[in-house]
Design a protein around this ligand. Structure first.
Ligand code: BG6
Ligand code: MG
Length: 219
């Protein structure tokens, strides 16, 4: 769905780990899969998985063992992980928006700027609806429609194109190193949410959305 209006600028948000803490449930489900397969899974791996598509994440979790699994078995493992994740997010409500998230989205709307979601998650429409913020968005990119997942810039470029805003006039907001790389690759201003050590390439890193001042980042 795209609400068509003319926007001078646009804000393109990631979902998991930015608007809500579902990055935690994704990582817990991958951790459980790794344990089931008796594969290593540590904190460094968690950071590397943030933002990656389901199948890219699976390859990462399998690591050097990936070659031992057939395409069918990989599909089944990805579905197993997704079933655990879908269970874990069944009870999401608007109370699960992270601090500052609703105010940040409302500030973008109040400014008359475009608002899009660029999440790698195929569960994103469900999560947005449960959080009660789906109607605020002008466009939600379908991750299945882009050729390359994050860290490639495709999903952010698709969002900008849908809103008809030049990438240089867009601001991307991300919690993942892969996402920051994607935003920078798209030629957009990159706001990182999290740790400056992890999100090194960002133009600006904030601990959370409470400090977001959308009007300050426009070029
Ligand atoms: C991203 C998450 O938003 O979506 C990743 O950061 C996840 O952890 C990816 O793997 C894909 O999600 P899904 O719901 O399509 O498996
Ligand atoms: Mg994220």
């Amino acid at each position: 769905m795209t609400r068509s209006r003319h926007f001078s600028h646009a804000f393109i948000f990631d979902l998991d780990g930015v608007l809500t803490d579902t990055a935690r449930q994704h990582l817990a489900a991958w951790g459980a899969l790794a344990r089931m397969l008796q594969l290593p899974f540590d904190a460094a791996m968690e950071e590397q998985l943030r933002g990656l598509s389901r199948m890219d994440s699976l390859e990462h979790v399998l690591g050097p063992a990936a070659g031992r699994f057939s395409a069918e078995r990989k599909q089944a493992l990805a579905e197993h992980k997704n079933a655990a994740y879908v269970d874990a997010i069944a009870g999401l409500t608007p109370a699960d928006l992270l601090p500052g998230a609703l105010a940040a989205l409302q500030a973008v709307r109040a400014g008359g700027w475009g608002l899009a979601l660029a999440s790698a998650s195929r569960n994103a429409p469900t999560v947005l609806a449960r959080l009660g913020v789906a109607p605020l968005f002008d466009h939600v990119v379908d991750p299945a429609s882009v050729a390359h997942g994050k860290p490639a810039p495709d999903i952010f470029l698709a969002a900008a194109q849908a809103l008809n805003v030049a990438p240089a006039h867009c601001v991307g907001i991300e919690d993942a190193a892969a996402g920051i790389q994607a935003i920078r690759g798209a030629g957009m201003f990159a706001v990182g949410i999290g740790s400056p050590q992890v999100l090194r390439g960002a133009d600006l890193v904030l601990p959370d959305l409470l400090g977001l001042q959308p009007g300050l980042y426009l070029r």
